[in-house]
Design a protein around this ligand. Structure first.
Ligand SMILES: *Cc1c(COP(=O)(O)O)cnc(C)c1O
Length: 441
């Protein structure tokens, strides 16, 4: 098995980030949930839950996956665009019976779950669409009128009227305005959300401000100040108490903030090419968009490091003073047949050369800020590349394999041949079986 590419996570960073969130100032308690779509590896989930976090699942399958990782249903909340019908509805009700919290995200979802909730005395959470959002890009803003997450404020009175006739109680209210947006907008949402909790939700005991806490991946980016946001929320929730006599527990749902900077993608330089006097010097890596699609999807920037085969750090993001724009602007690309397969693109998909030390074949390029929405969100099997290994460096500094690399056989195992010539399936490479061939990778 090749050792690279792989994902490497630093457990001590995850630990520190969990502590930071738990230490957010609050009035009557804080209960964080980890948004597991950021990184869904079972070991990562268990590490985070060990710190006292719950789980926010974005689909029934995520909830099932959290259970497979050994997480108890009462620790899980389901916040989904899915409308569970048929066997999914049975699964939803089973999970709710076991204590999973359901965060109703549409009028249709509410109508479908109403009878079950009333019959079982189950209280619900509701996701409200506040009409105002903020994200790092338009595609990560979940609160404006171009996105449809949650019950829009304009539909709320009608939804609440229906809930009242049924006898449904909402004990929690939720808003998630987007990912990595402006912390000032996150703060404004606190006021807006507490406003409609006061107006519409007399039974709410908890208020969730969602995820989206901004993390800084690049040296020039600024992360959200959790102390400041916590202090603001604390003050507002305290005022809410003074006005209403109700002590609200605050929930937050970070994904990015917990894992983004814990993750690295370790790649090896397999080729060096040029595109003429007007062109660029290219570093071809043995992994790219199939491991981290964020640059291609959003124009996201990730720190890049060049490491020699002997382990010497040749250049590090944020410490590039020894490099010169005339000599050291280089382009990193992956090996997919896709000209957008680069880790450095602007939001229109144009390649952005970066300052990188001069490398040799076999040196490594490490892509930082790769713990969130990389392993969990990439087109792994494009160009028939395999889903690569995930490794966790424990707080003791030891390395643990937490996901094996996929085999080529696993990529094709569910395909069905029309003329099932067994010989093809078993010996596509002559004498060696597909399994041998894949594991020789
Ligand atoms: C994606 C998501 C989050 C996490 O967002 P981050 O930007 O990764 O913190 C939280 N809550 C909900 C409902 C989400 O969909």
């Amino acid at each position: 098995m090749g050792r690279t590419p792989c994902y490497l996570y630093d457990g001590s960073i995850i630990h520190r980030k969990c502590q930071e969130v738990l230490a957010m100032p609050n009035a009557f308690g804080i209960e964080p949930r980890y948004a597991m779509k950021a990184n869904s590896n079972a070991t990562i989930l268990r590490e985070i839950v060990k710190h006292g976090f719950g789980i926010d699942a974005s689909s029934l399958n995520e909830a099932r996956r959290a259970r497979l990782a050994g997480i108890d249903p009462p620790k899980i909340m389901l916040t989904t665009q899915e409308v569970p019908v048929g066997s999914d509805r049975v699964a939803l009700e089973e999970l709710m019976r076991l204590g999973m919290k359901y965060n109703v995200c549409s009028v249709r979802q509410l109508e479908l779950v109403a009878d079950f909730a009333v019959a079982n005395g189950t209280r619900l959470c509701i996701r409200v669409h506040p009409g105002v959002g903020s994200g790092e890009s338009a595609s990560r803003n979940t609160g404006d009128h171009y996105s449809c997450f949650g019950v829009h404020l304009s539909d709320l009175p009608q939804a609440l009227e229906f809930a009242k006739t049924k006898g449904i109680i909402f004990d929690a209210v939720h808003v998630h305005i987007g990912s990595g947006g402006d912390p000032a907008k996150w703060r404004e949402n606190i006021d807006r959300e507490l406003g409609f909790v006061r107006e519409y939700f007399p039974d709410a005991e908890r208020v969730s401000f969602g995820g989206g806490l901004k993390e800084a991946r690049m040296p020039d980016e600024v992360a959200a100040d959790l102390k400041e946001l916590g202090n603001y929320a604390k003050q507002r929730i305290q005022e809410f108490y003074e006005e209403t006599g109700r002590k609200l527990i605050m929930e937050v749902e970070p994904g990015t903030y917990i894992v983004a900077n814990s993750g690295y993608i370790i790649t090896e330089i397999i080729d060096l090419k040029r595109t003429g006097p007007e062109g660029f010097e290219f570093l071809v890596l043995n992994g790219g968009m199939e491991l981290n699609t964020r640059p291609l999807l959003y124009g996201s920037r990730h720190p890049l490091y060049v490491v020699a085969q002997n382990g010497e750090l040749l250049s590090a993001e944020g410490e590039l003073g020894h490099l010169h724009p005339e000599d050291d602007l280089r382009v990193v690309v992956g090996r997919c047949c896709e000209s957008g397969d680069s880790q450095s693109l602007d939001s229109d998909g144009n390649i952005i050369p970066r300052l990188l030390a001069e490398p040799a074949f076999g040196d490594f390029v490490v892509i930082g800020g790769a713990g969130a929405y990389c392993a969990s969100m990439s087109p792994h099997n494009y160009n028939s590349h395999i889903q690569v290994a995930e490794v966790l460096m424990g707080e003791d500094g030891n390395l643990h394999l937490i996901r094996k690399p996929q085999t080529l056989e696993q990529i094709v195992q569910n395909e069905i041949l029309l003329d099932s010539t067994k010989a093809y399936q078993e010996k596509p490479f002559g004498e060696r079986s597909l399994r041998d061939q894949a594991s020789a990778y």
